[in-house]
Design a binder for this molecule. Structure first.
Ligand code: ZN
Length: 73
């Protein structure tokens, strides 16, 4: 398990500079509620969502038909 202690707004940049992969983080602990310790968490989550493989199936798939798609009668 990889634990990240504090996640400031520049944590993703710093992790990359150190050769660390943000996708390897399993959990984040914020030591206290100052912005420089937790404001990077949304960026970490957005990064993880972007890297996540698209899921298939009707519940998680594309909800709107593609352009030019014809629905069966
Ligand atoms: Zn602080």
């Amino acid at each position: 398990m990889t634990l990240l202690v504090d996640c400031g707004a520049t944590s993703l940049v710093a992790m990359r500079q150190q050769g660390l992969d943000p996708a390897e983080v399993d959990a984040v602990v914020a030591s206290h509620l100052h912005g420089d310790h937790f404001c990077g968490i949304p960026f970490l989550i957005l990064q993880a969502e972007r890297l996540e493989e698209p899921r298939k199936g009707p519940a998680q798939g594309r909800s709107r038909p593609r352009r030019g798609h014809r629905c069966p009668p």
